[in-house]
Design a protein around this ligand. Sequence first.
Ligand code: HT7
Ligand code: ZN
Length: 870
Amino acid sequence: NHPVALSDYTPPDYRVESVHLTVDLHDDVTLVRADLSVVANHDRTKGIRPLVLDGRGLVLRCIALDGKPLTTDEYVRDDETLTIHHVPEQCTVSVSTELKPQENTLLEGLYRSGGTFCTQCEAEGFRRITYFPDRPDVLAAYTVTITADRATCPVLLANGNLAASGDLPDGRHYATWHDPFPKPSYLFALVAGDLVKVEDTFVTKSGRRVALQIYVQSHNRDKCDHAVRSLAEAMRWDEEAFGREYDLDLYMIVAVDDFNFGAMENKGLNVFNSRYVLARPDTATDADYAAIEGVIGHEYFHNWSGNRVTCRDWFQLSVKEGLTIFRDQEFSAAMGSSAVKRIQDVRYLRTHQFPEDAGPLAHPVRPETYDAINNLYTATVYNKGAELIRMLRTLVGHDAFRRGMDLYFDRHDGTGATVENLVSALAEASGRDLTQFMRWYREAGTPEIHVTGSHDADTKAYTLTIRQGVAGGEPLLIPLAMGLLDRNGNELSVHLDGEQAPLEPGRALELSRQEETFCFRGIPEEPVPSLFRGFSAPVRLHYAYTEADLALLMGKDGDLFNRWEAGQRLMTGTILQLVADRRAGQELRLPPALVEACGTLLTSGGNDRAFLAEALTLPSENLLGEQMKEIEVEGIFEARRFVRTALARQLRGELSALWDQCRPTGPYRFEPAETGRRSLAACCLGYLMTLDDPSIRQACLRQFREADNMTDSLSALTLLAHTEGSEGETALAEFHARWREEPLVIDKWFAIQATSPLPDTFARVQRLLEHPDFTLANPNRARSLILSFAVNNPVRFHDRAGGGYRLLADHVIKLNSLNPMIGARMAEPLTRWRRHELNRRERMKTELERIAREPTLARDIRDVVTKGLA
Ligand code: HT7
Ligand code: ZN
């Protein structure tokens, strides 16, 4: 029954009102009994439909209807379903199944991570635990009884509130949990293990006390403070920004080391990849702290956008994921610098979503069909989905947006919603017709926006002509936030011809036609337009900026995002020109405009150090590659390296001075001024290290050894390990010896080596695959070595001999039986073959074909490979 089509959606034939699960955990065989209160949900006068339950990989012990065991001729089973043909209008279905969680390497359903029993049910993991209508529009109240050995599993957790607990014979014990909020099966969770609890309390705005509990292995007890603080901050922020209050008396988070993605928002019992919980200044970087804050926030915000209001079917995934990413982005922006957060979010979108949308895996934010549900958890659904919510807010205004969200949450509470439900609530609250906006949800691809400007000195009129090109041809509704600058960089009043008053600051123009013009009056001289301020729409802008325009915007634009954007355009243009010069055999020269612009940033760029660090950072090799029709891997690498070194040579004094000003003045604190200071220091040191100066290398080694925090230590280690010289090896060995007992730190050790631009990296990656600390069974470890190499080291991964491609395909094949969800993600880089020159193209394709020839390919991997070859 694949692919699944949105047009085939029908409501469930049966609802499940309540579920009682009993899970008897043992080291060998785990027994699950599910008692389901089933109610028909179709017109039985027109015929009685069978009850179809989903189930995969289950050993069925017995099944009963209203207490009466069914014989094998009363139901039918295949690999994916169990069908009972004759069921009354209301009944209890009882199913007993056997599982072996200790053998489950998929990390879906019930599995063990380091001895802890835990579950991952989204999207279709619950069917690996018991037979059930495993779809998001079947919402039930759950009561869960867990029994286990008390000595090895003293902690027994499930969703909701603890209803009862106690001892059982043979050293076993039990706990019964009840979740009063009806939920889909994908939000079910169970955890059992030997864990310690770190606790705090949060008082909601209406005065209810909520216990916040984080469960970790005992040696991680001292790494939970930041997660607890982030949770309380997220709860407060959601009350203030969205009026959303938490609804249970208990909020639990469990950290496990083996987890396929970031975290899971199970009602009242989040399960987290430990990398998004555990942090201590000496083990986690600022980026880790920020990611923890963001992911803790994200999972918490799902309590409303995902749990109280879930999605009707998986095609609507973005109503929970796009919306929740938007909410977590806003939360993180409020916790630090909003401009810097916006820059980072847009960089992520351009690095991950734009290429996805331009390649064989492209799909709309709400797709029409899918083959493998796990592959729908994409940057498009999540991050482009968040951009759509952001545009909706710009279009309807902040106040109407808030009213619309309230309406959406109230109206759909306790049900599964659709994209139409979400957009309608915003339309109603604002009184706007958003029909045209729905195209954004239907069309794949990044719109190309072509803008030209013309100035008439006589009439003092300035006209912008804007043309949109999008895959489907029909125009989109696009908010264009903009401003006009005079040649001194002063903001001009933007007064549209025919309108009474100038455009209010922050109000965007709206594009709705294939081509349209906007005429501004009272513009004395040719202005420089600042377009798509704050990245007001996820589009590619084409406007013929001169170097002088860009330098002006970079130094003077009132919109910080567009100041950064102008710098990136200037850098990108420079590097791509050098790629062409190199190809033409010309000597490479750094244009003075870029040196001057960077020099100005270094000496008088202002006090926002986090912003300065972003502004001084060159676009990545991957982003540069995105700008080329055919990616010139070596050309980009060499030209970018040339610019970095040449800038460092010419601005050495300024870089050293700024680096000096950014020295630490006290112990580690995770706060905006300090993270900004550290990132600017790392940026300056990065440039200085290109100079290959022994005194700078020694200073870098000292920083690595003496820093009181992982941020400074790791930035120094990375620079040492990524440049020639013996200090790199020494530092890597010291780092491993010091941190061998900390898996999350050892992940960093693998990733640093995998991303080194040094010529021996491929051989090193091969050796590291044999390292005793390497295992493919742990997704974090597999990603840190293999995906880091494939994604973040273009010049070594795309080695012309094709070794990188072979290595990647070998591991996709290994993961085919071990963990196909991760295997599918690993296959993705190979699907980008069309972007490369002939030799690489052929080799990448050959590897995809080799994977495709595997006799039994898991659905997740087959889906990616088939699309990649199509
Ligand atoms: N909603 C969660 C998504 C997720 C997931 C999906 C498929 C397979 C495994 C997974 N783990 C987590 C997490 C989130 O977006 O908040
Ligand atoms: Zn999410």
